[in-house]
Design a protein around this ligand. Structure first.
Ligand code: FA5
Length: 360
């Protein structure tokens, strides 16, 4: 065991020397005219010493290399002692390295004009846009019910935005006054319902449960209408899906979003891609259905459109309407945000005015 003891004693001596150098006042900074030299020299010495003992060709690895020359019965004990020595060396080097780093930091601060007690620069903290908060809340609610996130293009073919959704060529929503055309056949999508066609085309003959948020575009502009706004679409398709499933799902969501006192109603409506179709209203969030300015004294606020998937749409995307039924709905995220936070004009949402945004 002699070589082990010899290295242990030598290591102890070398480490003590270096440790006392590090502990000596001013050792790290070196001579004032030569600031930093002391720190560099110490680091260099530290590295050299570490390599000498712990490097691949260092003294401690060297001890292991001679293991093969020992009698087999002596090897386990020898290996144990070498490993112990290596652990001790590693711990001492790690502790010394931490001390050198601390001393370097202390040195760089002392004697300089830096006042470490001054407060730091305050980094202004932003927050998520209210529409983003509402969108995330809606998505996470539906994901909790097992809906999968899906997306569709904002610039899309006539087929996906209109034709496959059973919207005939003479439908008013196809008019230049309502829709932004890129060319005869390409439009900025006017609703997120295009996701229904994309998804059903690519996921044939299987149950579907998706939530699809996104931007949509219409030639619209007043206090509650914007030319670019966000919708969120849901589509559920399976065997035996009924209008009651739609109502149940929306009721759960409305109570989650607007509070447990919320009630809702369905008004008969018309969408070419759902049959029957309805507009969904929720009881006014502000007056609890009593009637106020926000709900135009009606006690109700319209959230969006919904209905059972029209069999013609199944036919257009190659599904069997005898086998599958489904429901879909599409809500305006801008409107829901206005409702939730009492925002009177939709343009506040896109003006980028910090006085407005800081409130969320
Ligand atoms: C639709 O867009 C249908 N695609 C919804 C749908 C999906 C029905 C699936 C059936 C099945 P509508 O045009 O009503 O429906 O728009 C839905 C919601 O978008 C409206 O209730 C409103 O909240 C919002 N919205 C519509 N136009 C604007 C606009 N210009 N600015 C802001 N929000 C709008």
């Amino acid at each position: 065991m002699q070589p082990i003891d010899e290295i242990r004693v030598r290591l102890d001596g070398d480490m003590q020397k270096l440790e006392s150098l590090v502990a000596a006042p001013g050792a790290v900074a070196g001579a004032p005219a030569n600031e930093g030299e002391g720190a560099k020299a110490l680091s260099r010495q530290f590295e050299e010493l570490k390599v000498r003992y712990l490097g691949k060709k260092g003294d401690i690895s060297g001890l292991l290399r001679v293991m093969g020359t020992l009698a087999p019965e002596a090897r386990p004990e020898y290996g144990k002692l070498v490993n112990e020595l290596r652990d001790i060396a590693e711990a001492r080097f790690a502790a010394l390295q931490a001390k050198i780093q601390e001393a370097e930091i202390a040195d760089s601060v002392s004697g300089s004009t830096l006042d470490a007690t001054l407060p730091g620069y305050r980094v202004p903290l932003g927050s998520l846009h209210p529409m983003t908060q509402v969108r995330e809340e809606i998505i996470s609610f539906f994901q909790g019910l097992g809906f999968e996130l899906a997306l569709a293009p904002e610039v899309d073919n006539d087929w996906y935005n209109f034709e496959a959704l059973n919207i005939p060529p003479d439908h008013p929503s196809r008019d230049m006054h309502d829709t932004f055309y890129v060319d005869d056949k390409v439009v900025l999508r006017t609703h997120t319902s295009n996701v229904q066609v994309h998804y059903m085309e690519t996921h044939q003959d299987q149950p579907i449960r998706i939530i699809a948020p996104g931007f949509v575009y219409r030639v619209d502009n007043d206090a509650t209408h914007s030319p670019m706004f966000q919708q969120v679409e849901c589509l559920v398709v399976d065997k035996d899906i009924s209008f009651a499933n739609l109502k149940g799902t929306l009721f759960l969501w409305a109570r989650h979003m607007f509070g447990t006192e919320t009630t809702m109603r369905f008004r008969p409506s018309y969408f070419p891609f759902t049959e029957p179709s309805a507009e969904m209203d929720v009881s006014c969030y502000f007056c609890k259905g009593q009637g106020c300015r926000t709900c135009k004294q009606t006690g109700w606020i319209e959230i969006g459109g919904c209905g059972s998937v029209d069999p013609n749409v199944f036919g257009k995307v190659g599904w069997d309407p005898e086998k599958y039924t489904g429901f879909a709905f599409g809500f305006g995220i801008d409107r829901i945000t206005m409702l939730k936070y009492g925002i009177p004009d939709i343009s506040h949402l896109t003006r980028n005015d910090n006085r407005f945004l800081r409130q969320f």
